[in-house]
Write a protein that binds this ligand. Structure first.
Ligand code: GLU
Length: 479
């Protein structure tokens, strides 16, 4: 496909939401897939809803996720004269008109329509004002808006890549406001003018804008402009099918950075919110997403945001070291603990290899690695004792382990050698795994649930292991 140009057009009314990030991602993927352009447009014509800092948050989030844009972003509020220019053309062509109706009258109208069970819609009163009347009201500085003169018959139709053919009776379309009484254009007007002016080929946006699209189509027709292709993305809901909210997981796109997720994982995860690659594959690198993403494979049914799936995905990335995590994890470690990784690089890699099997988030490394970095382990001595065993039998078992460990040469202190040796000792003393290995594991990790005892022993090294076993014996004797 040639000349693909798409835009992400947020209104700066708050932080970038995970749903907004999905919209940005789908646009970005579409652009990158077709060697097209992805641009950022700040739609800030609603002054009342403007939130300080929102633009920075949006830019920071896009940067963290690596969704780079190709042109300097434009701000709609900085180009008001452009909208006025185009609007003037519509007025002159008789396709838009001044409306001087007061808020009171409009409220009254709405009330009446509600009572009569009619859709609320402007009744067109000001359509019939004469030139003279308009001139007079304007020179009296009467507050006014400008509305589109929507044809009163016929239908407005368009094809949406995702939602298919849409057709609406014009009599159900409101004479939408194009210019507000504060002199700012509405979203509809500014959005259509910029999409046209910026030569946007595909409008990819959230489903909530689908009902506005017939209004946009009417505007393109009023201007006699060619239209872009539309693709509305299905709504994102929580697993309970309610609106996505904090109950379902963080909703701010940047929050995931703080929470210790990888940007690649979030992109992978949200790419699947609505897009169905129609294969079993669930892990996609950025490049694979670009190559395989297809708007034609986006479903129109709502997408479910399932944080359990996200955690699963993040764990897969960590386990398989998909993004060469070492550096990122070290930085996280420093940020959380306030100091650098305290041991050698070699040791870090060994600890990471074990910890990664049990981590969901990057932050988990701090806790998982603690058994390797701690001096003295803190735990209650009674957890050393296996079920149905006694303090005495546990002391005996740990003494046996201590001797066994002492007899293994430093250079043979490996997971496999340890495993073999203990297997032999357990058999020759007619003991069982539980009696020997449970107390040993707790002595070495301080935890009831931990990684395998032999792999931890290898990484800890002989001296530390002996010290921990001795401490466990003393705590049982004195506890
Ligand atoms: N400014 C609108 C928003 O905040 C953009 C909708 C569109 O992409 O047309 O979502």
């Amino acid at each position: 496909m040639k000349n693909v140009k798409v835009r992400f057009a947020p209104s700066p009314t708050g932080f970038l939401h995970i749903g907004g990030l999905r919209t940005a991602l789908f646009n970005w993927l579409w652009a990158r897939k077709h060697n097209g352009k992805f641009i950022l447009r700040i739609e800030d014509t609603d002054q009342a809803r403007y939130v300080e800092g929102a633009v920075d948050n949006i830019k920071e989030a896009l940067a963290w996720y690596g969704l780079d844009f190709d042109e300097e972003p434009i701000f709609q509020s900085k180009q008001l004269s452009k909208y006025e220019f185009f609007l003037q053309q519509l007025i002159e062509a008789g396709k838009a008109y001044y409306c001087f109706c007061s808020q009171e009258r409009l409220d009254e109208l709405r009330k009446l329509q509600t009572i009569n069970k009619q859709a609320s819609k402007y009744d067109g009163k000001c359509r019939s004002l004469t030139e003279e009347e308009i001139k007079k009201k304007l020179s009296d500085n009467e507050p006014h808006v400008i509305r589109l003169k929507v044809p009163q018959t016929g239908v407005t139709e368009f094809d949406d890549i995702i939602y298919g053919h849409i057709s609406v009776d014009n009599k159900n379309i409101d004479d939408q406001i194009l210019l507000k009484s504060d002199g700012y254009p509405t979203y509809h007007l500014a959005n259509v003018i910029d999409d046209y002016e910026q030569k946007i080929s595909h409008v990819i946006r959230a489903e909530e804008w689908l009902p506005s699209t017939p209004k946009h189509i009417l505007l393109y027709e009023a201007f006699n402009w060619s239209k872009p292709v539309f693709a509305h993305l299905p709504i994102v809901l929580g697993p309970d099918k309610s609106k996505l909210s904090k109950r379902h997981g963080a909703v701010a796109a940047l929050k995931y950075k703080e929470l210790g997720y990888l940007p690649e994982v979030i992109l992978n995860f949200i790419a699947l919110l609505g897009w169905n690659p129609k294969t079993e594959k669930e892990i996609f690198t950025r490049e694979e997403l670009i190559n395989e993403f297809d708007l034609n494979k986006v479903n129109k049914s709502s997408a479910v945001f399932n944080i359990t799936k996200l955690d699963w995905l993040n764990a897969q990335y960590i386990r398989n070291n998909i993004e060469n995590l070492d550096q990122v994890i070290k930085e996280k470690y420093k940020k959380i603990t306030g100091h650098d990784w305290p041991q050698s690089e070699k040791q870090f890699n060994k600890v990471l290899a074990i910890s990664a099997q049990r981590m969901t988030r990057l932050d988990d490394f701090v806790q998982e690695s603690a058994i390797f970095t701690a001096g003295e382990l803190e735990y209650e001595s009674k957890i050393l004792i296996p079920k149905q065993e006694t303090r005495e039998s546990t002391i005996k078992s740990l003494e046996l382990s201590k001797v066994t460990i002492k007899n293994i040469e430093e250079k043979n202190f490996t997971e496999t050698a340890l495993k073999d040796k203990f297997k032999q000792i357990i058999a020759s003393n007619s003991l069982n795994n539980k009696v020997v290995l449970w107390p040993l594991r707790v002595a070495i990790t301080g935890l009831e649930k931990s990684p395998g005892v032999f792999e931890v022993m290898e990484v800890l090294g002989k001296d530390k292991v002996i010290k921990r076993v001795e401490k466990a014996i003393t705590s049982l004797q004195t506890g």
